[in-house]
Design a binder for this molecule. Structure first.
Ligand code: T4K
Length: 377
């Protein structure tokens, strides 16, 4: 157990043994190939393709750019239906494509987009749906596919939190036209910064690679696209090659932490947890807790303050809602998202990462328990 004086943050990166990374990058000092789709990048792309069961995959310098450029490559217009309950990146990717986000409410049991509310938001300007597998909770992929097919809409999933997950035995990246996975330092699988897009149509590859590299068709003199620089370096890919070898261990250690929280907090008055989704192989990315003050008088801020007294620093992922961003209000976009508002006003995410000592997870529950006992007896 980490000392009681040591601070605990919402997450810490999963790191391979240092020697393993040093061994992985050693030959780069001889080859001098550090970036531009070098051998490490290409090996990681191939290994991830296998791991994610994704025949079509392109790596990027971060998850956000994978999503932003993925939207560009899908050639969308007008409006995109999305969730407000997510990290700002999701909405920004839409805005940066000069598209209009239309916010749909979320489900109260798993916080993903409420597929039953999507159709009422479709207009003749809608071109796509951008749902988020928030916290690693998988969206209603079947209903979303049905709606998209019926209305001829594209679907790009923000799977930033869903790396390696499966639904009914199928890789979560197999749903929709494309799925983004983030490899940020704080994610289940990391390349320090990084991300990828997996996609259904192989003919998107050339466009995506062009968008990633100054609009060029790689290894030619042609520049048919307006692109940017969104490449993943070989140094980052090397970290991914190492981390990928440890995924099973990382996920099972996260699972242990999540199970402690669930067994200690499930059913506690004033605290609501996300459901355990059926048919899902989870990666235990985040552990959200909704603090319902009206039932006990204990508020979210009380829980945060109590944990901070014990040097445990949780986060309000995801508050505020994207639909409340200043830029969205200035654009005059109004949304009817009461469930998302309810959850965003009450949610915290507890520390959950592979190196978190299970004894610390128990201690965090003890701190929460003692606060409720003090207040309510
Ligand atoms: N879509 C969704 C749904 C997302 O959640 C995200 C990113 C994206 C898209 C975009 O993907 P990327 O472009 O990032 O690949 C963090 C992460 O920066 C961000 O990747 C993540 N979502 C978001 C949910 O969380 P912040 O601003 O809260 O990060 P920060 O720096 O405050 O870090 C949180 C905690 O992690 C710190 O308390 C300490 C710890 N930490 C962080 C870093 C960076 C470390 O221990 N080591 C580190 O190197 O956004």
């Amino acid at each position: 157990m980490s000392g009681q004086n040591e601070s605990i943050y919402v997450t810490r990166p999963s790191l391979p043994p240092l020697e393993e990374y040093v061994d992985e990058i050693r030959d780069m000092w001889e080859t001098g190939i550090l970036t531009h789709q070098g051998p490490k990048h290409n090996r990681l792309q191939a290994e991830l393709g296998q791991y994610l069961d994704a025949p079509n995959i392109t790596l990027f310098g971060n998850g956000h750019l994978a999503m932003e450029l993925g939207l560009t490559a899908l050639d969308l217009t007008g409006e995109v239906i999305t969730t407000p309950f997510t990290f700002g990146s999701t909405t920004q990717a839409i805005l940066r494509n000069r598209l209009k986000p239309v916010f749909c409410d979320i489900r109260e049991d798993d916080f993903t987009i409420d597929a039953d509310r999507i159709e009422e938001l479709i207009t003749d300007r809608t071109s796509a749906i951008l749902p988020v597998h928030v916290y690693g909770n998988i969206c209603d992929v079947e209903k979303i596919r049905e709606i998209a097919d019926r209305h001829h809409l594209k679907v790009l999933y923000d799977g930033a939190h869903a790396f390696g997950e499966k639904y009914k035995g199928e890789s979560v990246g197999r749903f929709g036209d494309a799925t983004m996975f983030s490899f940020h330092a704080t994610k289940v699988f990391n390349t320090v910064e990084g991300g990828c897009l997996v996609y259904k149509e192989g003919n998107m590859r050339e466009h995506l690679e062009g968008l990633r590299q100054f609009g060029q068709i790689v290894h030619t003199e042609k520049t048919p696209y307006v692109g940017t620089n969104a490449k993943m370096t070989d140094m980052h890919a090397a970290m991914g090659l190492c981390n990928l070898r440890h995924m099973e261990e990382y996920i099972s250690r996260r699972q242990r932490v999540a199970e402690i929280y669930r067994s200690r907090l499930q059913g506690k008055a004033g605290i609501r947890l996300s459901v355990v989704q059926p048919n899902t192989e989870s990666n235990y990315a985040y552990f959200p807790v909704v603090v319902e003050e009206s039932r006990t008088g204990v508020s979210r801020d009380d829980v945060i303050a109590e944990l901070e007294k014990h040097r445990v620093y949780v986060r309000k992922y995801f508050y505020p809602l994207c639909s409340d961003f200043e830029i969205i209000r200035e654009m005059g976009i109004r949304s009817d998202v009461p469930t998302a508002k309810y959850v965003a006003d009450r949610v915290i995410t507890l520390p959950c990462y592979s190196d978190l000592d299970p004894a610390d997870a128990e201690r965090i529950c003890d701190v929460i328990d003692s606060l409720y006992v003090r207040r309510n007896g």
